[in-house]
Design a protein around this ligand. Structure first.
Ligand code: ATP
Ligand code: MG
Length: 665
């Protein structure tokens, strides 16, 4: 082992707190206890194809059964179940009508202003069929790409399902993206239509959608677009392009509520989704129908332990993969009742999440560390919005996704939201993986704050060095997946070369899927902890450290709400640590900032060791984040160096913050 590597002994994420799954939970869990987990893992290890073939037959309905499970002949362009045919919308809707869920509530829509609309599976099926027939009436066919640029709504989910029903490949673009980003995605996807709304409602404000579509199309190059379908959300003023634009109502009202699903091969592209751009220019990730849907459904059962009586709430937007797997497809594929939430966590106040949980008796709640950290900060400032002020007794399971959750944020979530009775599933996964990869199972895995624990059965995750060789537990390295799995990315749309070089690099032998994240496994438990993006590993005087450990040490300080750490070149130490910090209180300046910076430096020195003391600390009101709420460390690296940002900032949420972070304390 190289000297000064990240190891169990020296890395700051040493965590000794262990939380057992509650006994009552385990008693009724889909995967009950570690023995059940081990058994599934053993099945996958002894007969990999047999394992996946069995699951695909048990959890999906096939129009034509597949005979071949995995085709590796054109690796890394793997194919799963491909001589089988199915339809995703059939699996999410029709089969619920056939198995007694017709009158069950499929979606509880909670609007920005608190208004509630419910739809049953029967109603959703009708809406989707009419929508699908409407799309067909405009000549939209199997294989066509359709852009969906909408905010959270029943119609947004219906639009995705309608595309799936006719075999059109959707590409959802988050409703916060600019005209330029939208135009780029339209062109890259070669889309034939855009489905949008007149406006969206967020945090009490009406914000444009259709106007941005108009602007995107006016930027040029979008000649493939024939139709713009507009859902009337607010009734606000919009301009109209006759012949091109059509109201959703006018398109669907007179359509038949019967629509035979288009049976597609399992490999048929269900959707293209652009990644969030934390590390570079977004990639158009292409997903299949069969493999994707299998994992969306199965992880609902395994990770979320979904039961018929659950009310499931995933707070992600349908513009992100989490909203695809755990709003648009997964919950419906297993006949669940789910919340679709239009608003924001802080409107009308920072108690909105807790109030909504109480109002709808949510039992499973799935959100992102960025939301948790901001609500910790908010409830610190105003205790009225502390989760303990609300009746959260309906909750039985919590989840986290999107970034590593700092142990202190985990503890807060566990205590104050989960009342110390709800397991937390810290789900590590990516747009490219289609569903959860490494996560605790709520009725089996003992939990350790800040660790995503163990891979799901069938997911051959491992940690290797830069040459692709296994590293022993207790030593940090590169996270890979050694075998293809059904819900994996199929290619980057329009760019198979980038697919190969990004995810199956020659340096690792061309066979392992490269996640792009660094990780370490605990020596004793084998638990995984994500240490940060590969690019983010710091090397200070020859000591390798993950950004995550320093950030978590900072967040453990009672004054700190959020922190991001990057390296900058340094003559003496090779790399020096630069920390960007958001305090729970106001942003300090002048002497006060200097004093606090010194305090925080010592704090980190005590928590991890003197080598991890940030050389520089900068305070901001916030950090630069992607629109999905992830910290964009690549921009912070540029700022730390004192250089001008020339990189792609199209997915940056809050550009103004960059100015503030130029100066050190
Ligand atoms: P881009 O690929 O364009 O840089 P992105 O990686 O942020 O964007 P996503 O696919 O949405 O886009 O995010 C996946 C990444 O999020 C993972 O690679 C990992 O870094 C991080 N992540 C997600 N969930 C977790 C988790 N539970 N623990 C640690 N990291 C997580
Ligand atoms: Mg990524």
């Amino acid at each position: 082992m190289a000297e000064n590597e990240i190891t169990d002994e020296n890395h700051g994420l040493q965590e000794h707190r262990v939380f057992q799954p509650p006994k009552e939970f385990t008693a009724n869990a889909a995967i009950a206890g570690m023995e059940a987990y081990d058994k599934l893992c053993a099945e996958a290890a002894s007969d990999y194809e047999g394992f996946w073939g069995r699951l695909a037959r048990e959890h999906l309905d096939w129009q034509t059964p597949f005979t071949k499970t995995l085709d590796e002949s054109n690796a890394p362009f793997y194919q799963w179940f491909n001589d089988g045919q199915l339809n995703a919308s059939y699996n999410c809707l029709d089969r619920n009508l056939l198995n007694g869920n017709a009158e069950k509530t499929a979606i509880i829509f909670e609007a920005d202003n608190g208004a509630v609309t419910n739809v049953t599976y029967r109603e959703l099926h009708q809406r989707v069929c009419k929508f699908a027939n409407g799309l067909k009436s405009r000549g939209i066919r199997k294989g066509d790409r359709v852009i969906i640029y909408m905010s959270m709504s029943i119609e947004g989910v219906a639009a995705m399902q309608a595309c799936a029903r006719i075999g059109a490949t959707h590409s959802v673009v988050f409703g916060g993206f600019s005209a330029k980003s939208l135009q780029e995605r339209i062109i890259d996807a070669g889309a034939v239509a855009v489905i949008t709304a007149d406006e969206q409602q967020r945090g009490g404000k009406s914000l444009p959608l259709k106007a941005i579509v108009d602007e995107a199309l006016a930027l040029g190059g979008c000649d493939t677009i024939k139709d713009v379908i507009v859902y009337k959300r607010t009734g606000g003023d919009i301009s109209w392009n006759k012949g091109r634009d059509i109201w959703l109502n006018d398109l669907v009202d007179n359509q038949s509520a019967d629509c035979e699903p288009e049976w597609v091969d399992a490999e048929h592209p269900l959707f293209i989704l652009y990644t969030s751009g934390s590390t570079g220019t977004p990639k158009g990730v292409q997903h299949s129908t069969g493999g994707f849907l299998l994992w969306a459904a199965l992880t609902m059962k395994w990770t979320f332990d979904i039961k018929p009586s659950d009310v499931f709430w995933c707070t992600a937007d349908i513009g992100w993969v989490t909203g695809h797997s755990y709003i648009a497809y997964g919950p419906l594929a297993v006949g669940a009742t789910e919340i679709v939430f239009e608003g924001v966590p802080t409107y009308p106040n920072a108690g909105r999440f807790w109030e909504t949980i109480a109002k709808h008796k949510v039992s499973i709640f799935y959100t992102a560390p960025t939301a948790i950290r901001s609500l910790i900060k908010a409830s610190d400032v105003n205790p009225e919005f502390h989760p303990q002020k609300y009746d959260l007794s309906s909750l039985r399971l919590l989840g986290s996704v999107g970034e590593p959750i700092n142990p202190e944020a985990w503890m807060w979530y566990y205590k104050n939201v989960g009342g110390e009775r709800c397991p937390i599933v810290d789900t590590f996964w990516q747009t490219e993986t289609g569903g959860h990869m490494i996560t605790p199972l709520p009725g089996a895995t003992p939990m350790v704050p800040g660790s995503c624990t163990l891979p799901l059965p069938g997911i051959m995750a491992a940690i290797v060095d830069e040459a692709g060789a296994d590293v022993p537990n207790g030593q940090g390295g590169i996270l890979v997946v050694k075998r293809p799995w059904p819900s994996m990315i199929r290619t980057i749309w329009n760019n198979p070369e980038r697919f190969k070089t990004s995810y199956f690099p020659e340096e690792l032998g061309g066979k392992y899927y490269l996640a792009g994240d660094g990780a370490i496994r605990n020596k004793d438990t084998g638990y995984f902890t994500i240490t940060g993006r590969i690019d983010d590993v710091l090397n200070v005087s020859g000591h390798r450290m993950g950004t995550m450990e320093i950030e978590s040490a900072l967040v453990a300080n009672p004054n700190v709400a959020e922190a991001a750490v990057v390296g900058k070149p340094d003559d003496t130490t090779g790399e020096a640590i630069c920390a960007f910090v958001v305090l729970k209180g106001a942003r300090p300046t002048g002497e006060e900032a200097k004093k606090l910076a010194a305090e925080l430096r010592n704090w980190v020195g005590k928590e991890i060791g003197p080598i991890a003391k940030p050389k520089e600390i900068r305070f901001g009101d916030n950090l630069p984040k992607t629109r999905s709420g992830k910290i964009m460390r690549r921009l912070l690296r540029v700022l730390a160096k004192g250089e001008t940002i020339t990189q792609d900032v199209s997915t940056l949420e809050n550009p103004a913050i960059l100015e503030q972070l130029k100066e050190s304390a």
